[in-house]
Unconditional design. Structure first.
Length: 161
């Protein structure tokens, strides 16, 4: 007995439709990502306006982790002490988010990009990755902030060997 083609495709169509019901609409997730990228850009603008210390204390969670060159992970209260100890009048730092993503549940996400640190003696660029968690009030705060030093020149866009 031969099953008509239309009838044979019915299970595939039903399965496809059922799978699509389990995921939030892509537009809603994109909206959450846009909000997160804007938060990262606002974070950078706050550093420019209020300084490194004030901005980091405003945008970091209490148990945040900082990953910095030449340091073991700096966690929670130690991260707050680390940020608070900076004399942010001796340098400026600015970054531009280049991309990121958010979880399907839209409560966690990450951003990445390129930063520029300027002192009177030198200019350094590097890359960063920040992991964010959505707060109960709908705002985002970072839980992990990691950066790499790029030296006194711009990161290369040359292909890896």
């Amino acid at each position: 007995m031969k099953i008509p083609t239309r009838l044979a495709l019915l299970p595939v169509i039903l399965l496809s439709a059922a799978c699509q019901l389990g995921f939030p609409p892509r537009e809603k997730r994109q909206e959450a990502l846009n909000q997160l990228l804007q938060t990262d850009a606002d974070f950078s603008a706050t550093v420019q306006r209020d300084g490194y210390r004030m901005a980091f204390l405003e945008f970091m969670e209490d148990d945040a982790v900082l990953l910095r060159n030449n340091y073991l992970p700096i966690v929670g209260a130690d991260a707050v002490k680390f940020v608070t100890a900076f004399n942010d009048s001796t340098f400026t730092i600015k970054w531009d988010p280049q991309g990121g993503d958010v979880s399907e549940s839209e409560d966690m996400g990450y951003t990445w990009g390129i930063y520029t640190l300027t002192t009177q003696a030198a200019k350094q660029t590097g890359t960063y990755l920040t992991v964010w968690r959505k707060q109960k009030d709908g705002s985002w705060r970072f839980t992990i902030d990691a950066s790499t030093q790029g030296g006194d020149h711009s990161p290369t866009s040359e292909p890896l060997p």
